[in-house]
Design a protein around this ligand. Structure first.
Ligand SMILES: [Zn+2]
Ligand SMILES: [Zn+2]
Length: 185
């Protein structure tokens, strides 16, 4: 397959919107409310929407003169790991999306830069890049299980929550380490 052909959108894919029901008359409106399975890799390395989790789309599709304006919210569960103590994090996230998708070969399509507006493929809109971008911005790069998570003791790896307040490790001067080994023998 030639490399530079745009990916053909699959109308059955969960984040591809089919606008066939939306009249191409400025002002025409349709709502798009549904729950779809989340695609893979939706989020960041340490926290993301699990693949297959329920993503709720609550969208408004509006015909404008040269395309379709999609706006609304996308929400779903997020799972991840605390950046300090590696404990599991289970939370939820809601992001707002708003993006214009230009009709193929419309003036907007022809005269705008690649990233300026979205592009339609026939009647189809690929919402996935927009949702991905919004989620990446909304999720913390360094997620914490709680704001004041103290993390783990660097010596024994136990969570500070589970250690007594006076927990510490005897710091042996490396120069004496050899001696103490001798003593034990
Ligand atoms: Zn933590
Ligand atoms: Zn320790």
């Amino acid at each position: 397959m030639p490399k530079n052909l745009p990916n053909q959108l699959d109308p059955r894919s969960p984040l591809v919107l089919d606008t066939r029901e939306l009249p191409r008359r400025p002002g025409a409106l349709r709502t798009h409310k549904r729950v779809v399975p989340a695609p893979a890799d939706l989020g960041l390395e340490l926290i993301s929407v699990p693949q297959g989790a329920d993503l709720s789309l609550d969208l408004r599709l509006e015909s404008v003169s040269e395309g379709v304006l999609v706006s609304g919210t996308v929400s779903g569960p997020v799972a991840g790991e605390c950046g300090r103590c590696l404990r599991e994090i289970n939370d939820s996230v809601t992001v707002t999306v708003q993006q214009l998708y230009a009709y193929e070969n419309s003036t907007t399509d022809v005269t705008t830069e690649e990233d300026e507006v979205g592009r339609m493929q026939g009647d189809l809109i690929d919402l996935e890049p927009e949702v991905r971008d919004a989620l990446v911005l909304a999720l913390p790069a360094n997620p914490l299980c709680r704001e004041d998570c103290p993390g783990l003791c660097p010596e024994c790896g136990v969570h500070w929550d589970d250690l007594p307040a006076d927990h510490r490790h005897e710091q042996l001067d490396p120069r004496w380490a050899g001696l103490s080994n001798l003593k034990e023998e």
